[in-house]
Design a protein around this ligand. Structure first.
Ligand code: SF4
Length: 439
C-alpha cells in the first residue's frame, strides 16, 4: 500500500464523477481511501470556480491544510479541477505547501504525476489543454459507483457558448464529445454490474457530436438490456432540437424530467448574458416538451441581479417562473467571475438588492414546489429505491421518473429495485407514500 488518500470535491456532478475516477485510478496504484486529513498521506482537492462561493471555499480549504503539511512534511497536497486550470502555477506561488496542480484535461495523469512528485521531490504543474480528454474514457470501479444501481457517464466536456457570466469555457476548454462507441461500451459494463439508471453528463449535452447526434445516442442507449432509466444534464435551450423533444415522446426509458436552465426571463438580460434564445423561445420549448411528455417535470437555473437587471426585468423572471412552474429551481445571486465578458459590465445591482430579489424569488418557488408535490397526492409512481431513510430506519427513499424524492415504509432489500408507491403526503422538498399493489 502506498498510503491513504483523501479527496475533497467541490461543485457539480461532473467534479463528483471525476473524483470517483481518480479514486479508481489511485486504488489501482495502491492508495487506500480515507476521510481524515490527519490520516491522509495524499490530499486531492477537486475544485470548482463556477461560483464565487465554491471558489472561496476551495481556496480557504487549501489554506487550512498548511498545518497538516507542517506536521507531516511527506504529505502530498494536489489541487485539481477548475481552479487548478484557471490559476496554474500561481497556486503554488501563493500557497507553497501545495505540491501538485493538475488541470481539467490532465486528470488521467494523476498517478503518474504523484509518482513523479514522490521520486523527483519537486512540485508538478500540468494545465495543458488537449484535443481529446482521456479521463472521459475512464470507467470507475464498481466500488466507486454509489449507489450501485446509478452511474454517471461523461459524454462530452467543455463548452463553446461563452455565456457572458460563465467561466466554464475558459477552465474546461472547448466542447469535446466522447466517441459514442466508448459511451455505449461503458454503459454495457455498468448494466452487467447491475446499474439500472444512468445519468449522462456534459456542460451542454444537446450539442453532443461524438459520431452521432444526442437524440441518436439516446436511442442507442435505450436499446441496452437491463438499463431501465436514462437521465441527462445539462441542456442548453438554444440546442434543444425537435428530434430531442421527440425522444421524450418515443423513448420510454427516458425519464420524465429535464433540467433546462433559463437564467433570466428578460430578453434584454438574456442578450447581455449571450444566451442566444428569447423568453418566448424558451416558453415554446416548455410547451413542446409538455406536448411530447405530458407528465414531464422541469428544473432550472436562474441568476438574479445580473448587471443591468431592472425591477421590470426581474419581474419578467418571476412571471416566467410562474408560467413554467418548475418542480425545482437552483437560484443564485450574480457574482462576477474574473476573466469573463460580464466582468467588464458595471455590477449595477447592489448586493442588498440582489439578496432581496433572491429571497422573494425563492419564497415564490417554495410555494410552487409544494404545489407541484400536492398535485401528485393519491397518484401511483414507479420509484427506483436508493437507500434507507436517514430519519426513519423503517423507511426507504427513492426517486420517481420526475426526479421527486419519495419516502415510504419498506425493507432495505428493495434498494436498487423499482417499487410502486402511492403518494400520501406532500412535504416541502419530498413526498411520502405507501407501497402500492402491482397492477
Ligand atoms: S452553456 Fe453557458 S452557462 Fe453553460 S457551461 Fe456553457 S458558457 Fe457556461
Amino acid at each position: 500500500m502506498k498510503g491513504y488518500v483523501q479527496i475533497i470535491t467541490y461543485g457539480c456532478q461532473m467534479n463528483d464523477l471525476d473524483s470517483r475516477k481518480v479514486h479508481s485510478l489511485l486504488a489501482g496504484d495502491g492508495w487506500m481511501q480515507t476521510e481524515s486529513s490527519t490520516e491522509a498521506d495524499l490530499i486531492i482537492l477537486n475544485t470548482c470556480s463556477v461560483r464565487q462561493k465554491a471558489y472561496e471555499k476551495a481556496l480557504s480549504t487549501i489554506g487550512r491544510l498548511r498545518p497538516y503539511k507542517r506536521k507531516k512534511p511527506s504529505l502530498i497536497i494536489a489541487v485539481a479541477g477548475c481552479i487548478a486550470q484557471q490559476k496554474g502555477a500561481d497556486i503554488i506561488e501563493r500557497m507553497p505547501h501545495v505540491d501538485i496542480v493538475l488541470g481539467t484535461h490532465q486528470l488521467h495523469r494523476i498517478t503518474e504525476i504523484i509518482n513523479k512528485k514522490r521520486l523527483e521531490k519537486r512540485t508538478q504543474v500540468d494545465t495543458r489543454m488537449n484535443e481529446c480528454i482521456p479521463s472521459m474514457d475512464i470507467v470507475p470501479d464498481a466500488e466507486f459507483v454509489t449507489p450501485s444501481h446509478r452511474a454517471y457517464i461523461n459524454i462530452m466536456q467543455g463548452c463553446d457558448n461563452y455565456c457572458s457570466y460563465c467561466i466554464v469555457p475558459y477552465v474546461r476548454g472547448k466542447e469535446i464529445s466522447r466517441d459514442h462507441a466508448h459511451i455505449i461500451e461503458e454503459i454495457r459494463v455498468h448494466a452487467s454490474r447491475g446499474v439500472r439508471e444512468i445519468f449522462l453528463l456534459g456542460q451542454n449535452v444537446n450539442s453532443y457530436s461524438g459520431g452521432m447526434g444526442f437524440p441518436a445516442l439516446l436511442k442507442s442507449i435505450s436499446e441496452i438490456d437491463g438499463m431501465q432509466r436514462i437521465r441527462f444534464t445539462t441542456s442548453h435551450p438554444k440546442d434543444m432540437s425537435d428530434d430531442l423533444i421527440d425522444c421524450f415522446a418515443g423513448l420510454e426509458k427516458l425519464c420524465s424530467h429535464i433540467h433546462l436552465p433559463f437564467q433570466s426571463g428578460s430578453d434584454k438580460v438574456l442578450e447581455l448574458m449571450n444566451r442566444q434564445y428569447t423568453r418566448q423561445g424558451y416558453l415554446k420549448l416548455v410547451r413542446k416538451l409538455r406536448a411530447a411528455r405530458p407528465d414531464i417535470a422541469f428544473s432550472g437555473d436562474v441568476i438574479v441581479g445580473f448587471p443591468g437587471e431592472s425591477e421590470s426585468d426581474y419581474q419578467d423572471t418571476l412571471d416566467l417562473i410562474q408560467e413554467v412552474r418548475f418542480d425545482l429551481l437552483y437560484s443564485f445571486r450574480y457574482s462576477v467571475r474574473p476573466g469573463t465578458k460580464a466582468a467588464g459590465l458595471e455590477d449595477s445591482v447592489l448586493r442588498e438588492e440582489k439578496q432581496r430579489r433572491l429571497v422573494k424569488l425563492q419564497a415564490m418557488q417554495r410555494k410552487i414546489t409544494l404545489e407541484c408535490s400536492q398535485a401528485r397526492l393519491d397518484k401511483i409512481y414507479e420509484v427506483l429505491v436508493d437507500g434507507v431513510s436517514e430519519r426513519n430506519p423503517d423507511q426507504v427513499h427513492g426517486r420517481t421518473t420526475q426526479n421527486s424524492i419519495v419516502n415510504f415504509t419498506g425493507s432495505p432489500s428493495l434498494i436498487g429495485t423499482m417499487a410502486r408507491v402511492k403518494v400520501t403526503r406532500a412535504n416541502p422538498n419530498s413526498l411520502t407514500g405507501e407501497a402500492a399493489e402491482k397492477p
